[in-house]
Ligand binder design. Structure first.
Ligand code: FMN
Length: 363
């Protein structure tokens, strides 16, 4: 059995989310935290092997560390897709055993695979053989009919025997018969106890907890009992929470936090570059709608950005115009935190056309 993989720091990650954690979203999130591990949306192995790889897999080097999440149930396809992902530069390959959507279920992958741990082990073994980067699994605590802790333990033991040492576990069962994907993220109760027990009973494995983690405080509390916390919806809805992750979760030296305005402005060179490549603004700016969540001006920001970014020719000026509607928070923060002034000077001295480095690079 492979040894515990410590090559990537998984203490905090943003969960893979379809239609959310695409490359533009990840670029944006990376400006907020240098160290939080990011994941792609789930991409089917068959699409990677037979489809337009460059479109599906290309990403900006600034996004590291970033994992590619694959879906599928064919060991050969998954192995080939993992190999291709490695060649594109991903830092980890994650296998999705948690998605409950009917389409995925029909294709007999995702959460349905929790019923066939031996097949998952075969897939995992093939993927591990194919690449040198870590291969990890994201699963549920169970599915309907196999929702006992003993089922989870059997699943994890079987897959771990194939060489998987890191599991991200969504602490809810997936009800494959009768609940929609959205309901499957809300209705089955959270059972954090099962995930903690897994870590206790299998301390040699890295166990990352997922589901309902709403803040860095909650992530810190989980870290007392498990190895990592993975945040999905809350990080997307209020991405600015990640600004404190490097210091609070990863122990980076305390540095003044970039303001939300600074983060938005730091996106402008990227937006210009992507617009020049023909990427519509809404595909980038749509991920920034939550930047001012809970702050004065949040609604004006969302409305201005949300409406204007769909215009065919919309470019960075839309972001600048929306920003002008939001009161600068930095003035207050500077008053409270004089160190912020030094940070502001550094941001302003960034040469035009270059992306200011807001969070210090992870590697
Ligand atoms: C819009 C959306 C899309 C999702 N897509 C994926 C996916 O592609 N792969 C996956 O493993 N989980 C996916 N999930 C589930 C999340 O990764 C996560 O397990 C779930 O949202 C629970 O975490 P949270 O409560 O922190 O959001 C998705 C969730 C949402 C809300």
């Amino acid at each position: 059995m492979a040894s515990l993989d410590r090559s990537l720091d998984r203490r905090l990650s943003v969960a893979p989310m379809m239609a959310r954690t695409d490359r533009h979203c990840r670029y944006f999130l990376r400006l907020l935290s240098a160290r939080t591990l990011l994941y792609s949306e789930m991409i089917h192995a068959g699409a990677v092997v037979h489809g337009d790889r460059a479109r599906l897999l290309a990403f900006d080097p600034a996004e590291h560390p970033v994992g590619l999440q694959l879906g599928g149930a064919d060991p050969d396809d998954l192995a080939r897709a993992a190999e291709i992902g490695q060649a594109f530069g991903y830092d980890e390959i994650n296998l999705n055993i948690g998605c409950p959507s009917p389409r995925v279920r029909k294709g007999r992958f995702g959460a349905a695979l929790m019923a066939t741990p031996e097949l998952v082990a075969d897939c995992a073994a093939a993927m591990i053989r194919a690449v040198d980067i870590p291969v990890t699994v994201k699963c549920r605590i169970g599915i309907d009919g196999r929702g006992e802790y003993a089922d989870l333990k059997h699943f994890v033991e079987t897959v771990a025997a194939a060489g998987i040492t890191s599991f991200a576990v969504h602490a809810r069962i997936a009800v494959l018969d009768g609940l929609s994907p959205a309901e499957n993220r809300e209705i089955p109760p959270l059972r954090y106890g099962d995930v903690r027990r897994l870590k206790q009973e299998m301390p040699q494995l890295e166990v990352v907890i997922n589901g309902g983690v709403a803040s860095l405080e909650e992530a810190e509390a989980h870290l007392q009992r498990v190895d990592g916390a993975m945040i999905g919806r809350a990080a997307y809805a209020d991405p600015a929470m990640l600004r404190e992750a490097d210091r609070r979760i990863f122990g980076a030296p305390a540095e003044p936090l970039p303001s939300r305005h600074e983060i938005a402005r730091a996106m402008l060179p990227y937006v210009r570059r992507m617009r020049a490549d023909g990427v519509p603004l809404h595909r980038i700016a749509g991920h920034m709608l939550g930047l001012f969540a809970g702050r004065p001006g949040a609604r004006a920001w969302r409305r201005a950005l949300g409406e204007a970014c769909h215009r065919v020719c919309a470019g960075p000026e839309v972001i600048e115009a929306a920003l002008a509607l939001v009161p600068e928070e930095a003035a207050q923060e500077e008053a409270a935190n004089p160190a912020q002034r030094g940070h502001r000077r550094r941001m302003q001295s960034t040469p035009p056309g270059e992306t200011p480095s807001i969070a210090s690079p992870a590697r």
